[in-house]
Design a binder for this molecule. Structure first.
Ligand code: SAM
Length: 258
């Protein structure tokens, strides 16, 4: 059945078995942030075996190939990844922050299009996921431009303090944020960044999965602040690695405090 559904490694217009397997594993996923069948470790093994060392584009290709031909993963994926690439290319950020590393796929995409000298810090509270991402980044040759920080912005200040004390986060020096972690944490974590004063006029914030699984409070906040604190473009798109389910990516430019 799988070879029929996933023929040619193209986005299938219907749900795939490995996506259903992921849905069945939802409880495990929400607890451990891994599907529970070893697909995350298998992905790292696959990239190390099939992508040219030091070639970030080939690492991205290998991840997508694995996701089309073997197991679906909750990466931003190739279709939504293009929206992320374009936003970074337009913004030309020097300091980037990602919330939700998983296996490091979106960070690979960011590293490929970031301007020279830019750096991405990626926050991930599952240490096992951060380790998998580091293996892939090392292999792809981007480890000097991407740092995984194990933690969570909602941990009472520990991770935020770590970012300011150990990684140079300071008033107005954060240029780009990619939000792709716990959907209920999108808005509170953005508010924490605002409270620290790290954003500046022109900082761009991109949020994945605003339709599925959905971040309704985040979307409502951006709608309420349109033209005041934020200017937002909503990008209609699809859930990763298929074309049946629609998703929404929000790209918001910070206008400063009104
Ligand atoms: C959708 S995946 C990220 C996908 C990744 N951005 C990509 O496109 O390759 C979400 C990740 O966020 C992590 N996560 C969930 N809630 C978190 C939180 N509150 N703080 C930090 N990481 C979190 C999960 O462990 C999981 O690895």
């Amino acid at each position: 059945m799988r070879s029929l559904l996933e023929a040619g490694g193209k986005r299938a217009p219907f749900l795939r078995w490995s996506a259903l397997r992921m849905a069945f594993g939802m409880r495990h996923l929400m607890r451990e942030w891994q599907v529970g069948d070893g697909r995350e470790d298998a992905l790292a093994d696959y990239v190390l075996a099939h992508a040219c060392p030091g070639d970030v584009s080939d690492a991205i290709r290998a991840v997508d190939e694995f996701c089309y031909q073997r197991s679906v993963m909750m990466n931003v994926g190739d279709e939504k990844g293009l929206i992320l690439d374009t936003a970074i290319t337009r913004a030309q950020p020097s300091r980037l922050l990602e919330l939700g590393t998983y296996c490091g796929y979106s960070a690979l995409r960011a590293a490929r299009v970031m301007p020279p000298g830019a750096h991405l810090w990626s926050i991930e509270f599952a240490a096992a996921n951060a380790e998998i991402a580091r293996r892939i980044w090392d292999h792809a040759g981007v480890a000097d431009r991407v740092t995984a920080v194990v933690g969570s912005l909602g941990d009472g200040g520990t991770t935020l303090d770590c970012l300011s004390n150990d990684h140079g986060f300071a008033e107005g020096n954060l240029d780009f944020v990619f939000i792709d972690h716990d959907k209920a944490a999108y808005l509170p974590d953005l508010e924490s960044l605002l409270k620290r004063g790290w954003l500046h006029r022109g900082t761009v914030v991109v949020a994945d999965n605003v339709k599925i699984p959905g971040a309704p409070k985040y979307r409502a906040y951006m709608q309420a602040e349109e033209g005041r604190m934020w200017r937002t473009t909503e990008h209609p798109t699809h859930v990763e690695y298929q074309t049946l389910l629609k998703d929404l990516v929000l790209e918001s430019e910070y206008l400063g405090q009104p």
